[in-house]
Design a protein around this ligand. Structure first.
Ligand code: AMP
Ligand code: ZN
Length: 452
C-alpha cells in the first residue's frame, strides 16, 4: 500500500508497525456548531483509509478527539473561545453545547456509514494528562510563563519549522508590526491560558493556583500519548492543520518524549461550494439535513466525495451531487439486476476485478479509478458485496428485494402483455411506479429497477 506522506512530501510504501493494531489518530471537530459538508468530507476520506487498511488485512485502531474546550476563534491563541460563543448563541451552558454538537457529529458519522472510532477522546477528559505534559515540557525547559498563559518556546526546538517548512524569520518579521504580546517569538504558542480578571470563560480548571484552560494543541499530544503511544502509524487531518496545529502537536510530543509523533501524516484538501470558500459569513454551506431536504441521501454525498481524491481541492455543487446520486442509483439497479439474474448472469465478472479495485485504493486511495472499474465492468452479486464493504455506500441496504406482492404484479403484467391486454399492463405499470419500481423488458425477461 502506498500513501502520500506530508512529512516527507513523498508517496511512500506503507507498512504498519503492528498489522493487528495499526495506530491511527484523526483530529476531530471543535464541537461548537453543526458539522457541514466541508468538515464531513475529511472524515469520509479517512473512512476510506480505514476500510482500505482492513481490506488489505490490517486491523486499524483509530482514536478521534472532540475538541470540547478552548479552541479560540483564531489559531494564534487570540479571540473568543468557539464553545463559549456557541453557548451564548444557543443560551445553553458550554457543557450542553459541547454535548449537543458532539452527539450531532457522531450521528452524522453514522448516517454516512463511517466506521465508529475505536476510541472517542474528549479534550476535557484529558485535562490531568495535559497538565502532566505541560509540567514535563516545563521540566525540560521548553516553556515560559507570561501574564496570559504558559507558552511553548519554539526557539528551543531546532526542528520546529521542519514539518511545515515554515519560514520563521519571515513569520517573526511579519508579526513584529502588530505583535505586542509578551510572547517571545511569533511562532510560540499557548499550552495553557490563564483566565484574566473580567474574562468570561465558563470552562475552567485550577493550575498553578489560577483558573485557566488548555491551549488547543495540547489535547492531541496528550491523548495520543495516553491512548496510542508514540510513534503512531498514521495521523490524519486537513491541510489547514499543517502550519500551526500539527506543527505544534509535533513540537510538544517531540520535546516531551523525544519521539517522532507519527510515521505518516495524511492531509486532505478543502472543498469549496459553488466556487467559493466555505464561510460562516456567506452562509454558503450545507448540513446533511439540508441536502436531505433536497432529496439526497447522505450516501449520495458520500459517493460524491469518493469520486475525487483527498489531496485535490474540489468544488461542490448541487448539480454535481445530482450526478453522484444518479451514479449511486445506477449501481443499485445493477446490483438489483445481478440479484435477479443470479442463476443466469448476462455477462461474467473479470476474475481480477476485486483485486484491481483494491489495488486502486492501495495506490494512495485512488477511489476515482476504482469507481471507473465498477462502471466499466460487469459486477456480480459477490463483487457488489465486496464493493459495498469497501465504500459503505449502502448499496445493499438501500436496495431491498421486491415483495411477493410486487413479484405477483410483475408476472400478472407479463401475462396481460402476452394476452395483448395493454390496459391491465399499463395500470400495473402505474401501480409499480407508485412503489418506486419500473420494469424493463429485456431478452432475459422482465427486469425490475428502482426509479429513485
Ligand atoms: P474544524 O472543526 O474547523 O477543526 O474542522 C474539522 C475538520 O474539517 C478539520 O479536519 C478540517 O480540516 C476539515 N474541514 C473544514 N472545512 C473543510 C472544507 N471546506 N473542506 C474539507 N475539509 C474541511
Ligand atoms: Zn490535533
Amino acid at each position: 500500500m502506498k500513501l502520500y506522506n506530508s512529512a516527507t512530501k513523498k508517496l511512500q510504501k506503507f507498512t504498519p508497525q503492528d498489522p493487528d493494531h495499526v495506530k491511527i489518530y484523526t483530529c476531530g471537530p471543535t464541537v461548537y456548531d453543526y458539522v457541514h459538508v466541508g468538515n464531513l468530507t475529511s472524515y469520509i476520506y479517512w473512512d476510506l483509509l480505514l476500510r482500505t487498511l482492513q481490506a488489505t488485512g490490517y486491523q486499524p485502531y483509530r482514536v478521534l478527539n472532540l475538541t470540547d474546550v478552548g479552541h479560540l476563534t483564531s489559531d494564534a491563541d487570540q479571540g473568543e473561545d468557539k464553545i463559549e460563543k456557541g453557548a451564548k448563541k444557543l443560551g445553553r451552558t458550554v457543557w450542553e453545547v459541547a454535548e449537543h454538537y458532539s452527539t450531532y457529529f457522531l450521528q452524522k458519522m453514522s448516517d454516512l456509514n463511517l466506521l465508529p472510532p475505536d476510541k472517542i477522546a474528549k479534550a476535557t477528559d484529558y485535562i490531568p494528562a495535559s497538565i502532566e505534559l505541560i509540567d514535563l515540557l516545563t521540566a525540560k525547559g521548553f516553556t515560559y510563563e507570561i501574564n496570559d498563559g504558559i507558552y511553548f518556546d519554539t526557539s528551543k526546538l531546532p526542528e520546529y519549522a521542519d514539518f511545515a517548512r515554515l519560514d520563521l524569520e519571515h513569520i517573526q518579521a511579519g508579526a513584529r508590526v502588530e505583535f505586542n504580546s509578551e510572547k517571545r517569538h511569533a511562532s510560540d504558542f499557548a499550552l495553557w491560558k490563564f483566565i484574566q480578571p473580567g474574562e468570561d470563560h465558563a470552562m475552567r480548571w485550577n493550575y498553578k493556583g489560577r483558573n485557566g484552560y488548555p491551549g488547543w494543541h495540547i489535547e492531541c499530544s496528550s491523548i495520543i500519548h495516553q491512548e496510542l503511544g508514540e510513534p503512531i502509524d498514521i495521523h490524519t487531518g486537513g491541510i489547514d492543520h499543517i502550519p500551526v496545529h500539527h506543527t505544534n502537536e509535533i513540537a510538544q510530543s517531540q520535546a516531551a518524549f523525544g519521539q517522532t509523533l507519527s510515521r505518516f501524516w495524511l492531509h486532505c484538501n478543502f472543498i469549496t461550494i459553488d466556487g467559493q470558500k466555505i464561510s460562516k459569513s456567506l452562509g454558503n454551506t450545507y448540513t446533511l439535513e439540508q441536502l436531505q431536504e433536497q432529496g439526497f441521501s447522505p450516501l449520495d454525498f458520500k459517493l460524491w466525495v469518493l469520486q475525487g481524491h483527498y489531496q485535490t481541492a474540489r468544488n461542490f455543487s448541487i448539480n454535481d451531487l445530482a450526478s453522484a446520486k444518479a451514479r449511486r442509483l445506477s449501481w443499485r439497479n445493477r446490483l438489483a439486476e445481478a440479484r435477479q439474474l443470479q442463476d443466469h448472469p448476462a455477462e461474467s465478472t473479470p476474475l481480477d476485478l476485486e483485486h484491481n479495485i483494491l489495488a486502486a485504493l492501495q495506490d494512495n486511495l485512488n477511489s476515482a479509478l476504482a469507481f471507473s472499474l465498477i462502471d466499466t465492468n460487469y459486477v456480480d452479486l459477490k463483487t457488489w458485496q465486496f464493493i459495498d464493504q469497501l465504500f459503505a455506500l449502502g448499496l445493499f441496504s438501500d436496495s431491498p428485494d421486491i415483495t411477493p406482492a410486487q413479484e405477483q404484479l410483475i408476472s400478472t403484467r407479463e401475462h396481460a402483455r402476452a394476452q395483448k391486454d395493454f390496459a391491465t399492463a399499463d395500470s400495473i405499470r402505474d401501480q409499480l411506479q407508485a412503489q418506486n419500481l419500473t420494469v424493463l423488458d429485456t431478452p432475459h425477461g422482465p427486469i425490475w429497477q428502482y426509479l429513485k
